[in-house]
Design a protein around this ligand. Structure first.
Ligand code: SF4
Length: 310
């Protein structure tokens, strides 16, 4: 049976002929909306401690080697790894420092690539040139978090950049052998059906290799969390999220590989009434939901004809 989704786990196994494990690290970065260059406090929904698995007090090499040892306990035959620079904005240093940091990760036995989570306003042509050079020998992905394709929402959550910044970053990076990923959050309480349709429309136009989407959840240690505790507001529930997600997914090019569809916060950080079953359970439930609605990735695109992988 064809899968209704083009999922990363299958993509990466087909590409490398075996399971490839991502190893998250914290390389001690910050963000321009935290350190004062664009603002303070960070994005109103963000607390890196609620999802980050890195340990910035350790060197990158130690973090990676610890991560490899940990995953090999569960999957002893693991041979290939991608180091995931996950916490904060991982291109927000000078190009010389970035080169040292990325090369430290790539020098470790078994590491075949890096995935770099960052913001679209923390990149320039010199940094892109560095990534392009590395991409000639390694699997290199840059993940530009945009979170919303509405400038109004970006302003309300204190992002400190615009949708245009995201488009400029994509344009600067595309066509250089660097894989492109983005990250979207659905369910901001003030967003409407019109904003959802705008997201569905816009997402079709971007030259992405990968996408990550997740539902808004309210977590401790955030501006949004404090506001919620003072005056609780409606947080998207599973039924509402599945409906929204189906709308976005059915407009998404089937060639774009989906890296995630649900958030994975540590439960002790969740404030809002959480629905936080495991990501694999939720993904499987969502796939059944799509099948029930006779929908699949890209099925609402006007030129839909691509058959999804088996
Ligand atoms: S969401 Fe990203 S850019 Fe925003 S504060 Fe958190 S790490 Fe920084």
């Amino acid at each position: 049976m064809n899968s209704p989704l083009n999922l990363y786990s299958r993509y990466i196994k087909n590409l490398h002929g075996q399971r490839v494990q991502k190893i998250p690290v914290d390389a001690g970065f910050t963000c321009p909306n935290r350190d004062g260059s664009k603002g303070f406090g960070g994005c109103t929904f963000c607390n890196n401690d609620s999802f980050s698995m890195g340990a910035k007090e350790l060197s990158i090499k130690d973090q990676v080697q610890n991560g490899i040892a940990l995953y090999r306990r569960k999957f002893p035959k693991l041979e290939k790894f991608i180091v995931y620079f996950q916490s904060y904005s991982n291109t927000y240093k000078s190009v010389h420092e970035l080169e040292r940091i990325y090369l430290e990760a790539l020098s470790i036995e078994g590491v075949i690539g890096i995935a770099i989570g960052t913001r679209p306003d923390c990149i320039d042509i010199e940094k892109v040139a560095l990534l392009q050079e590395l991409a000639q020998s390694y699997d290199v992905t840059v993940e530009y978090g945009v979170e919303s394709l509405s400038d109004e929402t970006l302003k309300r959550v204190n992002r400190g950049h615009t949708v245009k910044d995201f488009e400029v970053a994509l344009d600067m990076t595309y066509g250089r052998g660097i894989k492109l990923c983005t990250h979207l959050i659905l369910g901001f309480p003030w967003e409407t059906e019109v904003s959802l349709q705008r997201t569905c429309h816009k997402i079709q136009a971007y030259p992405l290799d990968f996408i990550k989407i997740h539902q808004l959840q309210v977590v401790k240690g955030t501006v949004m969390g404090t506001a919620y505790e003072k005056d609780p507001f409606h947080v998207i529930n599973k039924e509402e999220y599945f409906k929204m997600l189906m709308e976005v997914i059915t407009h998404l090019d089937p060639k774009i590989v989906i890296q995630r569809l649900f958030s994975d916060y540590r439960p002790e950080y969740l404030i809002s009434k959480a629905w936080s079953e495991s990501m694999s359970l939720l993904t499987s439930e969502f796939m059944h939901y799509l099948e029930f609605h006779q929908a699949c990735q890209g099925s609402k695109r006007s030129n839909f004809k691509i058959v999804l992988p088996k």
